[in-house]
Design a protein around this ligand. Structure first.
Ligand SMILES: NC(=O)c1ccc[n+]([C@@H]2O[C@H](COP(=O)([O-])OP(=O)(O)OC[C@H]3O[C@@H](n4cnc5c(N)ncnc54)[C@H](O)[C@@H]3O)[C@@H](O)[C@H]2O)c1
Ligand SMILES: [Fe+2]
Length: 432
């Protein structure tokens, strides 16, 4: 494989420079806040947004491409009808979105853009749809870009063809509506690998958080995506790139998830819980996800388990591993209402891991790989893929920012422990 086909963070030299810069001394040195210009929240948010869009676009710019997956086409049709009746906005629906953004699936959407020449793109869907839309937007604007070499602070001058990029999430977890990352499955590799395309300009301009779009999520999807949001908030809390601004948001997100996710899983029509989970997922978006995402993304690309469950499987290990060099889990313990004064560091950590696993059990989230049912993965099957898992995790964007550096040996240990995720084994990551 040539260097052009690999992402920049897979280059040994660039990776080691980046990892060296992630020392505790760098905490607070720089942490840019990239976020959408406007976010409409609540039951009237779609109407408010369309009113604004009508005013924003000149008459000859009222051409919107709506990107959606086939199962949610009905939602796109409703938005299209409402835009036409309220503000005479023309739209076209592109519904060829595939789960987890296989690289080959992007070009058809770019072709539709070339024919229709939209001035606005609206993504309606979960993380797969929002990330597909980011890639279609990027490659329509810059057809010759090698997205593997792009780094977050690059400036490409997007929005020359499409003036507005809008996200309407239908799941509450990925937070892709407020991030500058698109996670693409590189299907040119065997096995396919998840790669992060990072560019500030990929962050949507406008976001609509309307509970009507999430109220029909089935319980397993509510649980899986909610655990993704919990992993974003707790996982990022443990890494150096997390700033005071992120900390504030992540703490609030954790509080909301602990209170409202069980309610949203149990009763999908609990609209207060739905609304609070939308806000939690949107708040839990930071400059970069934690190391559980490096493990979860590698695991998910190989075993095809839902993203949120994948990252949840590695959340306890990621906290335990980094806890050897940072006390930041004390704040997490407080949010789990764990008594801290007069107690040893390891006692607090153990109780935090136990309480986190209790929470996962309460919403029927599998605690370890052995507990997965769809697909069930035998120990032998899992171990047979260990080499790929380690290689992909070592070369994942999200493992770069670990507070405690990761090497192939420590990565292997964490993968081995995750098959059963026993508390005693997880505690070993803290001691050794
Ligand atoms: N860009 C980022 O910052 C970021 C962050 C985390 C995860 N991700 C990515 O997001 C993807 C996962 O996204 P996801 O968890 O939202 O799932 P998804 O978008 O893959 O959707 C999963 C399934 O849920 C269905 N669905 C979505 N909304 C629904 C609704 N309201 N009602 C009923 N069914 C609905 C979809 O049709 C699909 O079949 C992964 O590819 C992951 O890598 C991206
Ligand atoms: Fe995620």
């Amino acid at each position: 494989m040539s260097s052009k086909e690999k992402a920049w963070y897979e280059d040994e030299k660039l990776k080691s420079l980046y990892v060296k810069a992630q020392s505790n001394a760098f905490r607070g040195y720089t942490a840019p806040v990239i976020c959408p210009k406007t976010t409409w929240i609540g039951t009237n948010s779609l109407t408010d947004f369309i009113n604004h869009l009508g005013a924003y676009l000149a008459d000859d710019e009222k051409r919107v491409l709506i990107i959606v997956d086939p199962a949610l086409r009905r939602m796109a049709e409703k938005v299209a009808d409402k835009m036409r009746s309220m503000k005479q906005i023309d739209s076209k629906i592109f519904d060829q979105v595939f789960p987890e953004v296989p690289r080959y699936s992007i070009k058809d959407g770019v072709k539709v853009c070339e024919e229709y020449e939209p001035k606005t793109i609206i993504a309606i869907g979960g993380g797969s749809t929002m990330d597909t839309a980011k890639m279609i937007f990027l490659l329509y604007e810059q057809p010759n870009i090698n997205f593997n070499t792009m780094m977050a602070p690059s400036f490409l001058g997007l929005r020359k063809k499409v003036h507005l990029f809008v996200a309407i999430p239908t799941t509450s977890g990925t937070g892709s509506e407020a991030t500058f990352v698109s996670v693409v499955t590189d299907t040119n590799r065997d096995p396919p690998k998840k790669t992060s395309v990072v560019l500030y300009e990929l962050c949507p301009d406008f976001v609509v958080l309307n509970p009507d779009f999430v109220k029909n999520m089935p319980p397993w999807l509510t649980m899986g995506t909610g655990m993704d949001a919990l992993a974003h908030s707790m996982g990022t809390y443990m890494i150096i790139m997390s700033s005071f601004y992120n900390d504030m948001h992540n703490q609030k997100a954790i509080e909301l998830i602990l209170k409202y996710l069980p309610r949203a899983v149990k009763r999908g029509n609990d609209m207060e819980a739905r609304e609070k989970m939308q806000i939690a997922a949107w708040l839990a978006t930071s400059s970069i996800a934690g190391i559980e995402h490096g493990f979860g993304q590698s695991f998910g690309a190989i075993f095809h388990v839902h993203h949120g469950i994948c990252v949840a499987l590695f959340l306890c290990a990621s906290i335990a591993y980094q806890s050897k060099v940072t006390n930041r889990f004390y704040d997490l313990a407080k949010l789990f209402k764990i008594k801290r004064s007069g107690r040893q560091k390891d006692e607090i950590l153990r109780e935090l891991l136990e309480k986190l696993q209790d929470f996962m059990k309460s919403i029927e989230c599998p605690l370890c790989i052995e507990e997965l049912k769809d697909p069930a993965i035998s120990y032998d099957e899992y171990m047979a893929k260990m080499e790929h898992l380690i290689e992909y995790c070592f070369n994942d964007y999200c493992t770069l920012s670990s507070t405690r550096p990761l090497n192939k040996k420590s990565i292997k240990k964490i993968f081995e422990i995750a098959y059963k995720n026993k508390i005693d084994d997880l505690m070993e990551l803290h001691y050794k």
